[in-house]
Structure formats: structure tokens, C-alpha cells
Write a protein that binds this ligand. Structure first.
Ligand SMILES: O=P(O)(O)OC[C@H]1O[C@H](OP(=O)(O)O)[C@H](O)[C@@H]1O
Length: 321
């Protein structure tokens, strides 16, 4: 293989494409897929020297990193795997990378189960939960409550533009949860019936701000006004270490075609029309009652203590080395 050939495995390229196109989506699922892709890169690498192996692995990580900017679980997963790549020979590097990726994926599953058990403690028998978008961490809380024999109902916001609330509705119905699906604009009206708002997160900043699917912040403000507690289910891979040193979280802007379907009157008939499609927004910590992680539940303002413990004060970007 030529020296300037990055040698990125086709499976990594297809995973990167699937993440960018949101065929693979959801912060935890993206992290899992990224770790699996690095393992496959290690497995299929034809590098003949340790230096070439590492170079290819970094190139693979970089191509995955550049797919979506907001969910920090992606760089956190890449960092975790790359830091565990160790050895003096290609065979040892391959082995350690695959083992590290497998450990990451195993921990991810266990963390979600543990988080679910902790979050379920906040849900009482008979509670009605309002959800936004589709979050496997949030669903884990409801599933653990159901497993504990509690009856839970759900009011599921559709979540424009991609209507990912429909995935939540379907998965809850598979567990026989009574579900009321509503359009986003009906949320404030239905808050009067809800005992909790339960959402996931794509990133959590050091000040306890929650970056999640656009619409979360408005929902949280309305919930506060209605006296409904807001619970955020987020494994610790959603904690954004760069925010400890003042970096902000980039909000992904997606294609206008997600907003304007081809059959819409507005379509592209008007060349001057501006359509903006931010995928996420930021909910200030004062509107969040608890962040539930696999390490326990935290008031948002104290999450920085956990971040320091887990990440130290600094981070790096090993794929740029
Ligand atoms: O990790 P889990 O809890 O599954 O998902 C966390 C968050 O990821 C999703 O983003 P997107 O659909 O990838 O844009 C949603 O915003 C969801 O709340």
C-alpha cells in the first residue's frame, strides 16, 4: 500500500456514511458503531509496520469524527479506543485495539442498563411520562420501571423534522405501554397530564447545560412553568470534556430538505427563501431537575465534579497526532 494511502477499511467508510446520513443515529448507538468500526479497521488492516497501522487507525478515527459534530459520545468513543491501542508489533496493536473496542461496547451496554435502574427509581407506579425524540438511555429508564412491575404511560412528542418520536412510540407499544402520540405544538397542553418530562442528551456541558434534539429547551421551559420535573437520561459518555475549558458545543445544522418535503408548496419555488434546520438546542441547567447517569443521578450544576473525575482537566484529539 502506498505511503500516502490512508488505508481506511471500507467498513469504516460505510459506517461513517451511515452516521452522517442518520441511518445510524442516537448518541449511544453512534458511539457503539464507531468503536465497532475501529475494531474492524484493526482487524482488516493490511499495514506492514506499527507506524502504518497507527496512521491508518487515526485516519479511520478522523473520518468517523468528522461525520456529526454535536454528540460527544462519538469523540469520547474514539478517544477511548485509541488510548488503549498498545503494542510493539502489528499483531499486538491489532489485538489490543479490538479488545479495547469490545470492552468499550460491553461497558456501554452495562452503563445503559445501570442508568435505567437508577432512572426507574424516579418513576412511580402509574406515572405518565412525556418524551421528546428517541433516546435509548431514556427508554432504558422506562423499561427498567416496567421490569420492576410499575405501570407507566407515555405522551410521545412527534419531534419534527425527522419525527423520531415515532420510533419511541413504536418501541413503547412493543412493551404494551399506553402511548399518546402528539404533534410538537401540543406539548404544553399535554404537560398538564404528565408527571415527568424524560429526554436523552447528545452532550452535557460542564455547567450542566443539556444539548439535545431541537425542541428540548422549549419543552423544559414549559415544563418548569407547569411544575413538571425534567429528567435527562445520559450515560457518562455524553459528558463533554472540552467544555470544562470553555469550549462550546457545535450545533449541527442539517439539510433544508428535512424541513421542506418535496410535496410542500414552499419547496424550492422561492429561491430567496431561507430555511434553517438546527438539529439540537441547549437547555440551561436551571430547567433540568436531574441528570441520570450510570454513576448515579446529579443536579445539573454538580455534573462538573463527575466530569473532572472521569476525564481530568484536559483532553486531546489522538486522531490528529
Ligand atoms: O444515546 P441515546 O440516548 O440513544 O440518544 C441521545 C440523543 O441522540 C439523538 O440525536 P440524533 O437522533 O442522533 O440526532 C436524540 O437527540 C437523543 O435524545
Amino acid at each position: 500500500m502506498a505511503d500516502d494511502d490512508p488505508g481506511v477499511a471500507p467498513t469504516v467508510e460505510s459506517t461513517a456514511e451511515d452516521i452522517a446520513a442518520m441511518r445510524i443515529r442516537g448518541a449511544a448507538t453512534i458511539a457503539d458503531a464507531a468503536a465497532a468500526a475501529l475494531a474492524s479497521q484493526a482487524d482488516r488492516s493490511e499495514a506492514e509496520t506499527p507506524a502504518a497501522f497507527r496512521r491508518q487507525l487515526r485516519a479511520a478515527a478522523k473520518s468517523l469524527y468528522e461525520t456529526r459534530p454535536t454528540a460527544v459520545s462519538l469523540p469520547n468513543a474514539l478517544r477511548y479506543v485509541l488510548r488503549g491501542t498498545d503494542g510493539e508489533t502489528v499483531a499486538d496493536l491489532r489485538k489490543s485495539t479490538i479488545a479495547r473496542a469490545e470492552a468499550f461496547r460491553r461497558d456501554l451496554d452495562q452503563a445503559q442498563d445501570k442508568l435505567g435502574e437508577i432512572g426507574a427509581n424516579r418513576l412511580r407506579d402509574g406515572d405518565i411520562v412525556m418524551t421528546h425524540c428517541h433516546s435509548t438511555d431514556a427508554l432504558s429508564c422506562i423499561e427498567a420501571a416496567l421490569d420492576a412491575g410499575k405501570e407507566i404511560e407515555a405522551i410521545v412528542k412527534e419531534t419534527r423534522p425527522r419525527k423520531q418520536g415515532h420510533i419511541t412510540a413504536r418501541q413503547l407499544r412493543e412493551r404494551d405501554v399506553p402511548v399518546t402520540l402528539i404533534v410538537d405544538n401540543a406539548a404544553r397542553r399535554y404537560l398538564d397530564r404528565a408527571d415527568h418530562v424524560l429526554v436523552g442528551a447528545d452532550s452535557i456541558a460542564a455547567d450542566g447545560s443539556v444539548v439535545n434534539k431541537v425542541g428540548t429547551s422549549g419543552l423544559a421551559v414549559n415544563a418548569r412553568e407547569r411544575g413538571v420535573p425534567v429528567m435527562v437520561a445520559a450515560q457518562t459518555i455524553k459528558l463533554h470534556p472540552d467544555t470544562m475549558t470553555g469550549h462550546t458545543v457545535e450545533i449541527e445544522m442539517r439539510d433544508e430538505r428535512e424541513v421542506l418535503a418535496a410535496e410542500d408548496d414552499l419547496d424550492d419555488a422561492d429561491d430567496g427563501l431561507v430555511v434553517e434546520n438546527p438539529a439540537f438546542d441547549v437547555t440551561p441547567p436551571r430547567y433540568v431537575d436531574a441528570i441520570v447517569t450510570e454513576r448515579g443521578q446529579f443536579p445539573p450544576e454538580s455534573i462538573v465534579t463527575l466530569m473532572r473525575e472521569l476525564f481530568g482537566e484536559t483532553t486531546d484529539e489522538p486522531w490528529e497526532a
